[in-house]
Design a protein around this ligand. Structure first.
Ligand code: PGA
Length: 254
């Protein structure tokens, strides 16, 4: 089956109030999203339920930005999937560089991936180098991280996973430059090659998306360079920007 592109808004720890979050979620509902695109948002946990209610049976995808890999126990401050029932998010992003910066490891990401799959939630696994070097050592960083995050994941589950390649230096809040589409193209090939080697072929491939300063001016180029989707952060907080982003992609077909 042909898969559509997927665009996932990463709201991070925004907006500041539930009222603003619902205003943004309502605006999302009214966006004109091209047919070939699946669209969703990864929202702060307290906003997830009210937004799920607001979106109802709308085809928009709703996801979280973190979850604990255990069902319950002595984990102060943590939240499990079990606690969210009967509501279950469609997606959860794991291993974002902003969480890795406060100590999340590949091993923890791996446990979260396994838990999400058990709960029928799509894990979005973030990988990406902090810096680039002229010798290509950054490729090793990405490869090692991918392998560790996917440890013990059955091959049959790979199509239910999304890999988000996010070079840390290209994330807007880090103030670096934008990644060039040609660099993105290289990384899409590299990541797919690593995964194909793990799978022993290119059957059961996960989707590989791109994140890092994605906006209405560069989205089309990133998709044309081979990404299966995009993960806009800063730009996603402005529905007008999101509409422009979608307009820049229409018409689109994978
Ligand atoms: P950005 O964030 O689009 O603001 O760079 C992307 C992300 O960190 O997921």
């Amino acid at each position: 089956m042909e898969r559509r592109y997927i665009i996932l808004a990463n709201w991070k720890m925004n907006p500041e109030t539930e009222k603003e979050a619902l205003t943004l979620a309502r605006a999302y509902k009214n966006l004109d999203v091209p047919k070939g695109i699946e669209f969703g948002a990864l929202v702060p946990l307290p906003y997830a339920r009210p937004i799920a209610k607001l979106w109802g049976r709308n085809k928009m995808l709703l996801g979280l930005q973190n979850i604990n890999s255990e069902k319950s126990g002595a984990f102060t401050g943590e939240v499990s999937f079990a606690m969210l029932k009967p509501w279950t998010p469609k997606l959860v992003i794991v291993g974002h560089s902003e969480r890795r910066a406060i100590g999340e490891t590949d091993a923890e990401v791996n446990q979260k991936v396994l838990r999400a799959l058990k709960e029928n939630v799509t894990p979005i696994i973030c990988v990406g180098e902090k810096v680039r070097d002229d010798h290509g050592f950054f490729l090793r960083t990405v490869e090692d991280s991918l392998k560790a995050c996917l440890a013990s994941v059955p091959k049959s589950a790979y199509p239910s996973i999304i890999i988000a390649y996010e070079p840390v230096w290209a994330i807007s809040s880090n103030g670096g430059r934008e990644m060039l589409p040609a660099e993105c193209h290289e990384m899409m090939i590299f990541i797919r090659k690593v995964i194909a080697d793990m799978l022993g072929g290119n059957k059961n491939m996960p989707r590989v998306i791109y994140g890092g300063s994605v906006n209405e001016l560069n989205s089309r180029e990133y998709l044309e360079s081979g990404a299966d989707g995009l993960l806009p952060g800063h730009a996603s907080l402005d529905p007008k920007k999101m509409q422009k982003l979608f307009n820049s992609l229409a018409p689109i077909q994978k």
